[in-house]
Design a protein around this ligand. Structure first.
Ligand code: G6P
Length: 499
């Protein structure tokens, strides 16, 4: 640590900022509370970097109105941010998850544009930026995560031009025709352009962003570089139009860095005898059907769960499949349960599951084994091992890590992945069975093909998929992003001279 405490420098050389902390506040039945590391891949990937570089993590505890002092956890300084109950409603449930989330996922659900939600989003982003500015050491590297915090890069740069600032968008960035609906579209673009590097999941997301920059700011973009004229060092993003001759500018890199998982850890878990025994037990408990199909999703309208159920229901109704032979296991983990659209979705999905089971299940064979829970990683891996066909039918998804988890788990080179072409993962996992979830007949055909696929073909596809997932793991993802971010500091110059 540098040990400085002056206003231009805190103690930490590497700071991650995200809406949620990497630890969850867990309440025991006896009322006592403790922090537990959340299972996400991001923590796993960044933990070694954070330990070796005096790392701190700024984020929200996940509960309203609670104040916590910063503390150390597994070598990481954890800096909890307080959100009031009304900020949770307006910034998190409102602007983040009822405006940006549906807008960025191709308006599958209609986004709500509410001015007081925007005000809360600005205020919370400012508070996160202030806290980050306070704890970051001179010349520190700051990495801001995801759509909840898109204004932080600009707010941070204004206070701390010495920092190197990265931003990664975990969800899609929509085409301009959709993005332009947002009443605050220019402010968000300016917020993001405060970063030195802006990472996206897919090439298409980065291109959509660059187009929005050209349309709204008139800046020149030379893929992956965007030239931002410097009016003054801290507020360059306010300017409009291309950099003029003799004018100073800074460069921002906007490109794709497809995120991944800790693939080796998934494989290792799959190889443990206890997990394999559990997978066999799952098959047995389901009555040893010939085929187990599996869906694993947050209960979210972007995931295409209804499309998947429709296809399966029709295959049972037209007699192509029978419950004696095929069971669908659907894990739908609870998510954003106070947002209306999510409440409706849950009702709709559970009604459909009930109907299909009512129509087709027998006393000894269920059609859909439905679970509205999250499960520990061991149980998920056992489910992946037990599943002959994995169904990922997202209507739009930044990446979809479940697809990669399934592949990483299948060291036996068996199992078929049906993957929506609208998930970011489809850019990499081309040997999956790629489907259009809107095409129900096409989806039904793919399901039948997957069930009937000969072992040799399954193995050949899975081998190719596994090579990809094991080589491009989350550690490689973070290392690559941080390499580009560290190099980006040299990216400034004057038009007409070398940048
Ligand atoms: C997506 C987002 C994350 C978010 C997660 C869970 O993966 O990209 O930023 O944390 O969903 O959603 P939640 O609203 O529970 O944080």
């Amino acid at each position: 640590m540098t040990g400085t405490t002056d206003p231009t420098g805190g103690d930490y050389d590497f700071v991650v900022v995200s809406n949620r902390l990497p630890v969850d506040r867990v309440l025991a039945p006896d009322g006592s509370a403790s922090w537990q590391q959340s299972p996400g891949g991001l923590v796993t990937a960044l933990e070694p970097v954070m330990r070796s570089r005096d790392g701190a993590w700024v984020g929200w505890s996940g509960q309203p109105d609670l104040d916590f002092e910063p503390f150390d956890s597994a070598g990481i300084r954890v800096v909890p941010m307080r959100l009031s109950a009304s900020e949770v409603e307006d910034y998190y449930e409102g602007f983040s998850n009822d405006t940006l989330w549906p807008l960025y996922h191709d308006v599958i659900a209609p986004p709500n544009y509410q001015r007081d939600w925007w005000d809360a989003y600005v205020a919370v982003n400012q508070r996160f930026a202030d806290a980050t500015a306070r704890i970051s050491a001179q010349d520190a590297v700051v990495w801001v995560q995801d759509y909840q915090l898109q204004l932080v890069p600009k707010m941070l740069r204004r206070q701390r031009p010495d920092l190197t600032i990265g931003f990664f968008n975990h969800i899609p960035f929509p085409p301009y025709g959709i993005y332009s609906q947002l009443p605050w579209r220019t402010q968000i673009i300016e917020g993001l352009l405060g970063a030195d590097v802006i990472g996206f999941q897919r090439l298409a997301d980065a291109s959509n962003f660059s187009r929005a920059v050209r349309r709204l700011k008139g800046f020149v973009t030379k893929n992956p570089i965007i030239e931002v004229p410097l009016v003054d060092e801290s507020e360059g993003v306010r300017a409009h139009g291309p950099v003029r001759k003799g004018q100073e500018f800074r460069t921002v890199v906007a490109k794709q860095f497809p995120i991944s998982i800790d693939a080796a850890a998934y494989e290792q878990l799959a190889r443990t005898p206890a997990v394999q025994a559990r997978a066999r037990q799952i098959r047995e408990d389901l009555g040893n059907p010939k085929t187990i199909m599996l869906g694993v999703d947050r209960l979210d309208y972007t995931k295409g769960i209804g499309h998947r159920l429709k296809a399966f229901g029709e295959l049972l109704a037209d007699g192509t499949l029978s419950v004696e032979d095929v069971t669908l296991v659907q894990v739908a983990s609870p998510s954003r349960e106070r947002v209306q659209t999510y409440m409706h979705l849950r009702d709709e999905i559970e009604l459909t599951v009930g109907r299909i089971n009512g129509d087709f299940a027998t006393i000894s064979h269920t059609a859909i084994s439905y679970h509205h829970h999250g499960y520990p990683r061991e149980e998920m891996v056992a489910l992946y091992l037990a599943a002959d066909v994995m169904l990922v039918t997202a209507l739009r998804d930044g990446m979809n890590l479940v697809a990669k988890e399934y592949v990483a788990t299948r060291f036996d080179e068996d199992g078929v992945l049906i993957l929506s072409e609208f998930a970011g993962a489809a850019d990499e996992l081309k040997r999956a069975m790629l489907i259009n979830p809107h095409d129900i007949d096409g989806l039904k055909e793919s399901i039948v093909q997957a069930i009937e696929m000969p072992k040799r073909d399954r193995a050949a596809r899975m081998r190719t998929l596994r090579r990809r997932v094991l080589e491009n793991d989350v550690e490689k993802w973070s290392a690559e992003f941080l390499r580009v971010l560290t190099n980006s500091r040299s990216g400034r110059g004057r038009k007409g001279s070398a940048a």
